[in-house]
Design a protein around this ligand. Structure first.
Ligand SMILES: *[C@@H]1O[C@H](CO)[C@@H](O)[C@H](O)[C@H]1NC(C)=O
Ligand SMILES: *[C@@H]1O[C@H](CO)[C@@H](O)[C@H](O)[C@H]1NC(C)=O
Ligand SMILES: *[C@@H]1O[C@H](CO)[C@@H](O)[C@H](O)[C@H]1NC(C)=O
Ligand SMILES: *[C@@H]1O[C@H](CO)[C@@H](O)[C@H](O)[C@H]1NC(C)=O
Ligand SMILES: *[C@@H]1O[C@H](CO)[C@@H](O)[C@H](O)[C@H]1NC(C)=O
Ligand SMILES: *[C@@H]1O[C@H](CO)[C@@H](O)[C@H](O)[C@H]1NC(C)=O
Length: 366
């Protein structure tokens, strides 16, 4: 298999897909019936979603009310010219592609109606109910069958002693746990979109198939949804993991870089909580001390603080650390406790140009 670099990627949202499919059909018919040559602009309101598929940026807008997903040519800019952050509720004008009405070839007049804070404080005692759908494709007139991952192996990867359930419990100091992880096999009929790794189609088809099999009450009893892709789609996808950046859904390839890699699985799960990638010295992903980079370990201290899973022992800055004074701290290891396991340093005695970020000091045993 062609080696695809270890990439874990993020973002995206889901809507009411059946409504979306019907609406798409309707819009499609409307376009067929109209013979207009100049594309008309339409005004849309919805949630802005961003997926970093590394080789390309994917910006979409999920329309409020209908859940229709519109592809955008890039990140929208607001009227002063600032990029609109992902997860914002935005109103914009879209010039649809005449051949594909949910594809905006141009966007303008973006206005943010609600900015969603990029950092989610998860808080304590959060119980997740996760449904893992192991997707396989059945052959159709448009494409061939593709086998799915082994369901028993996957169940073990989540529920085994060293599995992802215990890993999340450990990393969150018991504050976020899975109360139920159910792994099911989900067969869908192959379509061109599915074979091109269109993650929205994969999610829609898998959920429809699972609903037919287990009923709507079963589906709505879950709060998180994971799709494990069939084999052979790695090069079509160009990623090994994908997540809504703030959301409930994650997607993985069925291999050792994807769903069978605990760092990838933790990274995508934390994107659902609104946590971004780990950087090192200006390079994305290069922080190997955390799953948010390319590590297989729990979140770093700043990430733990953002998640609300751990608190600083002290915050040192110009007002709390006077010049020419000493202070001593007993810093416990990060794994030992969530309470006071880091020292946060804000060097605001430096000129504002040199002071961009606060630093944190921790004691970790790898
Ligand atoms: C959608 O539009 C983009 C340009 O914004 C274009 O590159 C892409 O091929 C279009 N996709 C489809 C399915 O029409
Ligand atoms: C969770 O922590 C316990 C106690 O430190 C450790 O024995 C176990 O291996 C950890 N499990 C995982 C999956 O990290
Ligand atoms: C998880 O939830 C499903 C659906 O509600 C239920 O059928 C299953 O028994 C539960 N499994 C566990 C281990 O609690
Ligand atoms: C950080 O990046 C700069 C510029 O890209 C490079 O010169 C420097 O060697 C890097 N430092 C480390 C520790 O990797
Ligand atoms: C981080 O890990 C990756 C893959 O294991 C490796 O290629 C990279 O060089 C490491 N980066 C640093 C800064 O250690
Ligand atoms: C400095 O730290 C103290 C607490 O340690 C905090 O209340 C204060 O807001 C900090 N100052 C700045 C400028 O953030």
């Amino acid at each position: 298999m062609a080696p695809v670099p270890l990439q874990r990627t993020f973002a995206r949202s889901f809507g009411r897909h059946l409504v979306a499919a019907l609406l798409l059909l309707l819009i499609g018919l409307m376009v067929l019936c109209s013979s207009e040559l100049v594309p008309k602009r339409v005004s849309l309101q919805g949630k802005l979603n961003y997926k970093d598929a590394h080789v390309r940026d994917i910006w979409t807008l999920v329309q409020l009310g209908t859940g229709v997903v519109y592809k955008l040519p890039g990140q929208p800019l607001d009227s002063p010219g600032y990029p609109v952050p992902p997860a914002s509720i935005v109103t914009l004008d879209c010039t649809p592609d005449p051949k594909m009405p949910t594809n905006c070839t141009k966007i303008s007049r973006a206005e943010v109606s609600r900015v969603v804070a990029p950092v989610a404080r998860v808080g304590t005692d959060m119980k997740l109910r996760l449904l893992v759908m192991v997707v396989s494709y059945m052959a159709s007139s448009s494409c061939g069958a593709r086998a799915g991952a082994n369901v028993a192996n996957l169940r073990y990867a989540y529920t085994g002693d060293l599995g992802y359930m215990n890993f999340l419990r450990n990393c969150s100091y018991g504050q976020v746990t899975y109360s139920n992880v159910t792994v099911i096999s989900t067969r869908v009929l192959c379509t061109g979109f599915l074979d091109q790794c269109d993650e929205e189609s994969i999610a829609l088809n898998a959920r429809t198939s699972a609903t037919n099999q287990y009923g709507p009450a079963f589906m709505s009893s879950y709060s998180r949804f994971t799709y494990v892709l069939p084999y052979g789609l790695l090069s079509a996808c160009g990623w090994v993991g994908l997540a809504e950046l703030s959301g409930t859904q994650t997607w993985y390839t069925p291999d050792g870089d994807g769903v069978f890699n605990k760092g990838t699985v933790l990274q995508e799960s934390l994107h659902n909580f609104g946590i971004y990638h780990g950087w090192r010295n200006g390079s994305e992903y290069q922080d190997n001390s955390t799953a948010m980079g390319l590590g297989n370990s729990c979140p770093s201290a700043p990430e733990l603080r953002r998640l609300g899973w751990a608190l600083p022992l002290a915050q040192l800055n110009r007002s709390t650390l006077a010049t020419r004074t000493f202070k001593a701290f007993m810093l416990p290891a990060t794994y030992a406790t969530s309470d006071g396991n880091m020292i946060r340093i804000q060097p605001n005695w430096l000129l504002s140009k040199a002071y961009k970020n606060a630093g944190t000091c921790t004691w970790r045993c790898a």
